[in-house]
Design a protein around this ligand. Sequence first.
Ligand code: GLN
Ligand code: ZN
Length: 765
Amino acid sequence: MQTHILGYPRIGSNRELKKACEQYWSGKTSLQELLETGRNICQENWKTQQEAGIDLIPCNDFSYYDQVLDMTLSVGAIPKRYNEVALKTSNSELDLYFAMARGYQKDELDITAMEMTKWFDTNYHYIVPEFYKNQEFKLFSNKIVNEFVGAKQLGVNAKPVIIGLVSYLLLGKEKEEGFDKLDLASKLLPVYIEILQELQAQGAEWIQFDEPFLALDLNEKAKETYQFIYNEIRKKFPKLKFIVTSYFEGLKDNLSLANTLPIDTLHIDLVRCEDQLDDVLDTLPENKSLSLGIVDGRNIWKNDFEKSLQLIQKATDKLGSDRIFIASSCSLLHAPCDLELETSLDNDIKQWLAFAKQKLTEVSLLKKLSEGTTDKAILNAFEENKKAIASRKSSALIHHNDVKQRVDAIAEVDSQRKNAFSTRKKAQEKVLNLPLFPTTTIGSFPQTKEVRSWRAQFKKGSLNSEEYKYLLKKETQKTIQWQEKIGLDVLVHGEYERNDMVEYFGEQLAGVTFTKKGWVQSYGSRCVKPPIIYGDVYRPHPMTVYWSQYAQSLTNNWVKGMLTGPVTILQWSFVRDDQPRSTTCKQIALAIRDEVTDLEKAGIRIIQIDEPAIREGLPLRKSGWKNYLKWAVEAFKISSCGVDDATQIHTHMCYSEFNDIIQNIADMDADVITIECSRSQMELLNAFADFKYPNEIGPGVYDIHSPRVPSIQEMTELLHKAQKVIPASQLWVNPDCGLKTRHWDETEKALLAMVSAAKEASLRY
Ligand code: GLN
Ligand code: ZN
């Protein structure tokens, strides 16, 4: 029996990599210093794994920005627009690499970055490879081999982690028409072979190919490509040992394909799909070993040893222990580094958790326990694990019967407005009295340096709560007055009291806690600290009423209440694994519902419930969509349907495709939906038009991701475009998203122009 993990976090337990990269980018440190930080992190990670007793230690799981971009550089899939950058950066491969990740704006060049998108259903973003019809690949970067050699010098015969060829192609995007990216497989293969040859020459024994697509819906062509590629690789390397990993889903209908691949070890994710174990054990060919992904790489809960040992036992009974690997379910990239750094977490909660470093120990203990160790310390650790698991099952911190009962008692009426939209629309018109093409914003206004420094001072204690509130109130007042002055119709308070749209609510909801250093890489040097939903969620006290009410008291215009929706709170947190996600989501939905009805009671007649993450929560396999959409939509409706007809519910979603989920968006039945639209030149609106979407829509008329100020004319044109497909009586005018990352001067100019564009549109109408 062997132990391994699929990858380790590379940011460093104090975010050393983030700091080093950002300093290098800003020109404050040298390339040498950055490289040294990188090397130190790798060494530290290898050492940590050695000490924990991991047998097969990964390398090439480190990355200065993103592992997919690393692969792109390795195989020389460098888009042509970087040719000139490559000349300028010819003495530093890493500079070209960063230019591809972040764009290049110097030496009179202005080259855009490569596109970024989410890594499957995680919050990690990878850089999307760009593919062209007659693309040539050639070995460009030696990173993979260099990292292997680096480990070897420290006495570690590491297992290089390489994105499998088929998954690498499937992760990319065809940038011209008339070909299928899988057609490139045979052209890419020689570069993979070259890399493997060099690794073999350097003494590599094990290679891990990550093939997450093996657990997704595959077409025939992809299946054939898998067989072709792995057969070719095997022919060239009869002696290298290959582990092919699947994760985030079960192999399901691809199991027979996986079984036929000429590899040594197949890795399966038993956290996401425990059910697959029986089928895999029944069908795995005798010449293959099985890697049991049993320690959750994506969540922070302590492993339940008793349960895991039963699964391991089942597998060893069938295959014999020498054909078994104990592993993390996926790379530990998605888990925070080290629980021991958390000094102020509640001790009861802390004993239920394991971060990356602790997960290493879990993997290693599971092996020893399943081999029947008699070592006292290990047996003690097992007893402690049992105690922690038992305490979590019954803890009063987690379980609140009134919350459970309330969820059980949810009835159909709770997710229905009193009347249909057509009736509500009339009631709302009467109360709200808004013009045609009403203007609004998405919620946040610029979080200036001052605003952020007040929050920091407040958290440190150098501002007391009265002083802090006073400053925020002044900022809110300024924002309300300014919105009034430029003639916006529906105002917002600006969200100055919030650092983050999920964290703000998480901090106030019961059943949710926060770490101090639980950073997880989101993309490049950006890290996030997801809240931990550990228990039954409820709302001990109103969360936003104070600020909305205050803002409303300052003006005769309507001020829109601003909330984050239950699906988004769920999606951007570490979620408890002891009950279905849908149950947790409904608990959050009830808490938000309480807030919505309190806002209504406080005189707020327009309430926005943001759900930017609803689409990214879609299961990886289509077969799971229906069920997810059912509970996700229901959760939104539970949160939003407790109000009168005349109270207007808004929702907001960021850049996403709507075509295949438009019916579900319509089922959410928000009175108004604002969507990000300008980057697609209103194209995203077509889904709503084709569907004849009945409720009101605010397609974003300008991109808030860039400091650029849009002209009145371009926004008028976009509105005109919108009006061609959506009746004017249904249209709102707003930016793409919140303005918190923008500066005031850009914001002022842009919104002023937006209001003029709306006026022009209504005059023309
Ligand atoms: N109301 C939020 C804001 O304006 C919405 C943010 C988002 O959609 N990501 O900041
Ligand atoms: Zn948004």
